[in-house]
Design a protein. Structure first.
Length: 212
């Protein structure tokens, strides 16, 4: 087994170093170890992650017929927050499902109707889908002391992973649609660009008929 540093893995396999560091910090690389004070990972693990197929365009709109865009929640590694209604914000593989749901379903800035439009909210960390929220319908809103309106969504945790190398859904029970959607998305790259946590991906016009 060949061990390489995260930097070497990023260079060799074309994975952003920042993404690998986030994935490791979130506990999603159980095979990681330390050698000479540096984090190292088996080269075959890095290769498998780097060659993973991205989310197929026609998988982006799995629930609402006619929907042409889907919100994507881009999070960082989980950290404690002072809010009384949730102990963490972000993602970590060691969080319990109830903690993870609260850490992911709010409070976010954006147009709540647009965020909930597809009924599905993929959660990415380092560009990979690490959790999937479904059942988005209603939401609560609040205005912060700084005058910013944030929203927390009614949602279900359809799935999440604990190992990016072997992205098996930890959630073993749920609706058939929830588990199907989670299976389609979890562990796969889902590129999105945004200046904040909420981004959007759009289904190309020639692919829209495939999602129905």
């Amino acid at each position: 087994m060949t061990l390489i540093t995260l930097r070497q893995a990023a260079i060799r396999f074309g994975i952003p170093l920042a993404a690998l560091r986030k994935v490791a910090a979130a506990g999603l690389l159980p095979a990681i170890a330390r050698h000479g004070g540096k984090p190292v990972v088996p080269s075959d693990v890095a290769r498998r992650i780097a060659t993973r197929s991205a989310v197929a365009p026609h998988h982006l709109m799995p629930i609402t017929p006619g929907t042409t865009r889907m919100a994507v929640l881009r999070v960082d590694v989980a950290k404690p927050v002072p809010d009384e209604d949730r102990p963490f914000i972000g993602f970590h593989a060691d969080l319990a499902p109830a903690e993870l749901l609260e850490a992911l379903r709010g409070w976010w800035v954006g147009n709540p109707a647009r965020i909930a439009e597809a009924g599905v909210l993929p959660v990415t960390l380092g560009g990979f889908v690490v959790a999937v929220l479904t059942g988005l319908s209603g939401w609560d809103s609040r205005v912060t002391d700084e005058g910013v309106t944030r929203h927390r969504f009614d949602a279900r945790l359809a799935g999440y992973i604990r190992d990016l190398d072997a992205p098996v859904n930890v959630v073993g029970s749920g609706t058939t649609d929830d588990l199907r959607i989670a299976e389609l998305l979890l562990g796969k790259p889902l590129p999105s660009i945004s200046g904040g946590p909420i981004a959007y991906v759009t289904l190309p016009a020639h692919e829209r008929t495939l999602s129905r």
